[in-house]
Design a protein around this ligand. Structure first.
Ligand code: ATP
Ligand code: MG
Length: 553
C-alpha cells in the first residue's frame, strides 16, 4: 500500500468525511526574485496534491509590495513552473487583482470597530508593541470613531497623506503573547508605482492581510505553507472569523518544514545579494540554487521533482544533502544523455603505423541505457588526443591505462601500444608515439592482445574545440547562514568556477543545441550553455560521474 504523508492524510480524511468536496491548492510566490530549489519543493507539493486528488492548483502572485516587485520576476517564475512540468488552473492570478476586495474587507473591520488608523510612527508602534513576556501599550489613536477611521482610510488611499504618517491597524489585543496579534498593521502608505496597478493605489495591504484573504477569495481548501507561518495562523483565523461568509469554503492552513540544502542558501534575500554584489553572473548563473540556474547548469526538471519527492514533507526543520540532489541529476541524465567523447586536458598521440591520410569512421553507441538511441560515426585518424591523466610515465603495476611499453583500448576503436614518449626541452611530455595493434578493432578483435583499460579519445584532425566550465560548491561550509554574526559572503567558495579555455570535442558536438545534455565519457555530464556562439561553444558541467564530494570531506 502506498504510504501517505501527513498532508495527504489530512486531505483524505476531509474528502472521506465530506468536509472538502474538491481540493484546491495554490502556489503563492511574491514576484521579488527568482525561484530557488526550496520553491521547487513547494511547487511540487502543491501541484502534485492538486493533481493526485483531481482538484486544481492556482498560481497566484502575492504582489503586495510595489517596492520589491517587478514584471520580469513574474515572467521568470512562470517560465520556471512551466519548465518543471506543472500547469496552473486557468489564468495566472494576482493578489493585486483583489485590492478592491481587500479594501472593502478593511472597511468592514473598521465598521465592526476592529480596525483603526494610527498616526504613530513605525518606531513608536514598534516600541508600544513591547515584548512577548509583558503586555504592550495601546496606541493613543486606538479609539477613533468608525466615521473618522473610514474617512482617514479613504484619504490615505487617495494620496492625501505622506508615506509613514499613518497606517491602518487591526484592533485585536495588545497583551497577547502572540506578537502578531498586537494590533498588526493592515495597510501602509506607499507612493510608488505597482507593476500591475500602476499609480491607482497609494496604500498597500500587508502580506499578512492579503495572503490569507486571497486564499479565501479563491476558494483554496488547503493553504500549504512553511513552518514560519504557524505563528501567523491565529491572525489569519482572526481575519476570517470577522470577514468570511460562513457558507463559503475556508482555507485550512497546513505548515511543513522548508527545504534547506547544505553548501548553498535558499533565501531570496541573500540570493539577491549574490546577484547585486556581483558574486555570480545573474539569477540564472549555473552556480545559483535557483531553478533557472539549475536548468542552465544542465539539471533536468525531472531530477528536481524527483529530489522534491525524495525529500518529501517533514514537520521539522532539516537540511537536505546536496549529494542527494546530484544523485537525482545523475539518475535522470544517465537515462537521457548521449555519450560522447571530449578531451579536457590533452596529450597528443601519433599512430606511427597508420598513413598520414588514413581516415576511418567508427560507430560509437549513443547510450547503452537506451539501446534504441543507436550509434553514430566518429572519425578516427593517425593523430589523436587523449587525456593527459590517461598516461603515466612511471606507472605502478596496477595502472591499466597507457604507459611506456603498455597497451590500452581506445573506446570503440583499436588497441594501441605506446612505443615512445616525446618531451620538449623543459621535460614536458608533448607527444606519445604509438602503434595500432593489428586486428584489434572494437567489436571484431581477433588480435589476442589482452587489455585491462579503455580510454576516450578524439581525432586531432577532425575534432572541434570548446570552453568548459566546471563548478564546485557555491559556499565552502555546510551551513553558510548558521553563524548570524558573520556575513554569509565570507563563506563563498573562491573556486566555485574553473574555466578550461580549450577542450577538444568529437565533431558531432558541433551540432549540439543550447540546453542539450551529454555525458562526456569518464568526465561527467555537460550541457551546452546559452552563452555559446557559433564561433565558440561553451559546456557547463552539470555533475561529475561519481559523487566527488564524498571523498573531499
Ligand atoms: P525566501 O524565504 O527565500 O525569501 P519566500 O518565502 O519569501 O522566500 P515566497 O515567494 O513568499 O518566497 O514563497 C512562495 C512559496 O514558496 C511560499 O508558499 C513559501 O512558503 C514557499 N517556500 C519558500 N521557500 C521555501 C523553501 N525553502 N522550502 C519550501 N517552500 C518554500
Ligand atoms: Mg514568503
Amino acid at each position: 500500500m502506498e504510504s501517505l504523508n501527513f498532508i495527504e492524510h489530512i486531505i483524505e480524511e476531509e474528502l472521506k468525511s465530506g468536509k472538502v468536496k474538491e481540493v484546491i491548492t495554490r502556489f503563492p510566490p511574491e514576484p521579488n526574485g527568482y525561484l530557488h530549489i526550496g520553491h521547487a519543493q513547494s511547487i511540487w507539493l502543491n501541484f502534485s496534491l492538486g493533481k493526485k486528488y483531481k482538484g486544481k492548483t492556482n498560481l497566484r502572485f502575492d504582489d503586495t509590495n510595489p517596492l520589491a516587485e517587478e514584471s520580469r520576476f513574474v515572467e521568470a517564475i512562470k517560465r520556471d513552473i512551466a519548465w518543471l512540468g506543472f500547469e496552473w488552473e486557468g489564468s495566472v492570478l494576482f493578489a493585486s487583482d483583489y485590492f478592491p476586495q481587500l479594501y472593502e474587507f478593511a472597511q468592514t473591520l473598521i465598521k465592526k470597530d476592529l480596525a483603526y488608523v494610527d498616526d504613530s510612527t513605525l518606531e513608536e508602534i514598534r516600541r508600544m508593541r513591547g515584548v512577548p513576556t509583558s503586555p504592550g501599550d495601546e496606541s493613543p489613536f486606538r479609539n477613533r470613531s468608525v466615521e473618522e477611521n473610514l474617512d482617514l482610510l479613504e484619504r490615505m488611499k487617495s494620496g492625501e497623506f505622506e508615506e509613514g504618517s499613518k497606517v491602518l491597524r487591526a484592533k485585536i489585543d495588545m497583551s497577547s503573547p502572540n506578537m502578531h496579534l498586537r494590533d498588526p498593521i493592515l495597510y501602509r502608505i506607499i507612493k510608488s508605482g505597482h507593476h500591475r496597478t500602476g499609480e491607482a493605489w497609494c496604500i498597500y495591504p500587508m502580506y499578512d492581510f492579503a495572503h490569507g484573504q486571497s486564499d479565501y477569495i479563491e476558494g483554496i481548501t488547503h493553504s500549504i505553507c512553511t513552518l514560519e507561518f504557524e505563528i501567523h495562523r491565529p491572525l489569519y483565523d482572526w481575519f476570517l472569523d470577522h470577514l468570511a461568509d460562513p457558507s463559503k469554503v475556508r482555507p485550512r492552513q497546513i505548515e511543513f518544514a522548508r527545504l534547506n540544502l547544505n553548501y548553498t542558501i535558499t533565501s531570496k534575500r541573500n540570493l539577491k545579494r549574490l546577484v547585486e554584489e556581483g558574486h555570480v553572473d545573474g539569477w540564472d548563473d549555473p552556480r545559483m540554487p535557483t531553478i533557472s540556474g539549475m536548468r542552465r547548469r544542465g539539471y533536468p526538471a525531472s531530477a528536481l521533482t524527483m529530489f522534491a519527492e525524495k525529500v518529501g514533507v517533514a514537520k521539522r526543520e532539516n537540511v537536505s544533502d546536496m549529494s542527494l540532489l546530484e544523485f537525482c541529476v545523475r539518475e535522470k541524465l544517465n537515462k537521457s544523455a548521449t555519450r560522447v567523447m571530449a578531451v579536457l586536458d590533452p596529450i597528443k598521440v601519433e599512430i606511427s603505423n597508420l598513413d598520414d591520410n588514413y581516415a576511418e569512421e567508427l560507430p560509437i553507441e549513443n547510450n547503452p541505457e537506451a539501446p534504441e538511441s543507436g550509434s553514430r560515426m566518429v572519425p578516427f585518424s593517425n593523430q589523436l588526443y587523449i587525456e593527459r591523466s590517461d598516461f603515466m610515465e612511471d606507472a605502478p603495476k596496477k595502472y591499466f591505462r597507457l604507459k611506456p611499453g603498455g597497451v590500452v583500448r581506445l573506446k570503440g576503436a583499436y588497441i594501441i601500444h605506446c612505443d615512445e614518449v616525446i618531451k620538449n626541452e623543459s621535460g614536458k611530455i608533448i607527444k606519445l608515439k604509438c602503434s595500432q595493434i593489428a586486428n584489434s578493432k572494437s567489436g571484431s578483435d581477433t588480435s589476442g592482445v589482452k587489455v585491462k583499460g579503455t580510454i576516450h579519445w578524439v581525432s586531432a584532425k577532425h575534432c572541434g574545440t570548446a570552453e568548459a566550465r566546471i563548478y564546485d560548491r557555491l559556499f565552502n561550509i555546510e551551513y553558510p547562514l548558521k553563524d548570524k554574526d558573520k556575513d554569509v559572503m565570507e563563506f563563498l567558495n573562491p573556486d566555485n568556477l574553473s574555466i578550461i579555455d580549450t577542450i577538444y570535442i568529437e565533431p558531432s558536438l558541433r551540432f549540439a543545441k543550447v540546453g542539450e545534455s551529454f555525458q562526456f565519457l569518464r568526465k561527467g555530464y555537460f550541457v551546452l550553455d546559452s552563452d555559446s556562439t557559433s564561433d565558440k561553444l561553451i559546456f557547463n558541467q552539470a555533475v561529475s560521474l561519481r559523487d566527488g564530494w564524498a571523498k573531499k570531506n
